[in-house]
Design a binder for this molecule. Structure first.
Ligand code: PMP
Length: 407
């Protein structure tokens, strides 16, 4: 049908039947890590019961089956982000490893003293620290684009900061702490005007909206499986082929080589050049199951449903006296970040947990952003495709209890 049947979706996620502290689980910590549908759990189970072996090596049947499933995972991933070729899809441990790979392989060889790397004020630490490290190593300078009080990029500042010295521009597609959706297409265009390469942190975008790396024209795009209903320990790094081809390997070892002698090693072709060691076989196979699941539900339908849910949650939270939403961008997805005048975020999180409501409290790996909003931490309720209005009503009831206890 055309309506979104959230009750039906919820049945796909066995953990949602759990009780926590005597209450039905209300899981609103999806931006930290999302729950797994039965199909992902079954896929992992079947892989380990029926097919488990190392890939690309053995000529035996199990190894061939594992290799086929692993490489099918690459095709599913390619399609999921609409990459032009399989050589552009590299499996990594997650977003953090994807960004570090680009910083150390591309950044380290291309940056020089006087060059600039541009990020934004709303980045996760994993899109700050790798750039600080490579700037330290190369003598390049890290620049930070400001945001406004709604948590939106200041476009005039961004335009002014992108200049002849800019070599790399790295930014989140969606902010994990605020939910802001950045104007990524325009940002890529602007960066390309000066010949800079772009690195998009898609950790928070993958579970919420359709990603099309060719339409974005970005140079690198990376995301984590565990935030999009796949296992932990696996993610994707997309890179344009001509850039990846010119980049040195990041890690050395098995699988990333063609031939090795003590005098000279010839590296393997893409994408294997960047996949040293036994790859993330089960993780990739599980992630492909999650991608297929998302495609079956439909990312456009998920985005539309979640937008409506976010609007409902925003309205309900705004009715609570003394509650301040942090992050009020006009383009948002998935995140309700807030503080309350009566209690510290950690106390709010503790009381909510007693009520079976899981949220994240803290700085969300975005300490500079907390400083900008002059708060030590926030409470963050973050949505996924299986959340419903009842979840948000339970959150609001919990917050009303906080007010009664602390007022
Ligand atoms: N960037 C953003 C925007 C994130 O939300 C996260 C995860 N919190 C990361 C990067 C890092 O992802 P991971 O820990 O899976 O490597």
């Amino acid at each position: 049908g055309t309506t979104y049947d959230v009750a039906r979706i919820r049945e796909d996620f066995p953990i949602l039947r759990r009780e926590v502290n005597g209450h039905p689980l209300v899981y609103l910590d999806n931006a930290a890590s999302a729950q797994k549908p039965q199909v992902v759990i079954d896929t992992l189970d079947e892989y380990y019961r029926e097919h488990n072996a190392n890939v690309h090596r053995g000529l035996h049947t199990l190894s061939e089956e594992a290799t086929t499933a692993y490489e099918e995972g690459r095709e599913v991933s390619r399609r999921f982000i609409n990459a032009g070729s399989l050589e552009e899809v590299i499996f990594v441990r997650g977003t953090t490893e994807g960004i570090n790979l680009v910083a150390q392989s591309y950044g380290r060889t291309h940056l020089q003293r006087g060059d600039e790397v541009l990020i934004t004020y709303m980045e996760h630490h994993s899109n700050i620290v790798p750039w600080q490290i490579v700037c330290e190593q190369t003598g390049a300078t890290l620049k930070v684009c400001p945001i406004d009080e709604h948590g939106q990029l200041v476009w005039e500042s961004f335009e002014a900061l992108v200049g002849a010295r800019t070599k790399i521009v790295a930014f989140a597609h969606i902010s994990n702490a605020l939910g802001t959706i950045n104007p990524v297409r325009r940002m890529v265009e602007k960066a390309h005007e000066v010949g800079a390469v772009t690195v998009i942190d898609g950790a928070q975008a993958a579970p919420h909206l359709r990603i099309d790396v060719q339409a974005l024209d970005c140079d690198f795009y990376t995301f984590s499986g565990h935030k999009m209903f796949a296992p932990t320990g696996v993610g994707v790094l997309y890179g344009k082929k001509h850039l990846l081809e010119a980049m040195p390997p990041w890690q050395g070892g098995g699988d990333m080589i063609k031939t090795v002698s003590f005098e000279r090693t010839v590296y393997n072709a893409l994408p294997y050049k960047f996949e040293a060691g036994t790859p993330i076989i089960a993780g990739v196979i599980g992630m492909a199951a999650a991608m297929r699941y998302l495609e079956e539900v439909g990312l456009d339908r998920i985005a539309a449903y979640e937008a409506e849910l976010l609007e409902y949650g925003t309205r309900r939270l705004q009715e609570i006296p003394g509650l301040r939403l942090i992050g009020t961008a006009s383009q948002k997805a998935g995140v309700l970040s807030f503080v309350m005048d009566v209690a510290h975020p950690h106390d709010i999180g503790t009381i909510l947990s007693h009520e079976g409501v899981a949220v994240r409290t803290g700085h969300h790996c975005a300490q500079p952003l907390m400083d900008f909003f002059q708060v030590p931490a926030t409470v963050r309720a973050s949505l996924a495709l299986y959340n419903d209005r009842d979840d948000l009503d339970a959150l609001v009831r919990g917050l009303e209890k906080v007010r009664r206890l602390f007022a």
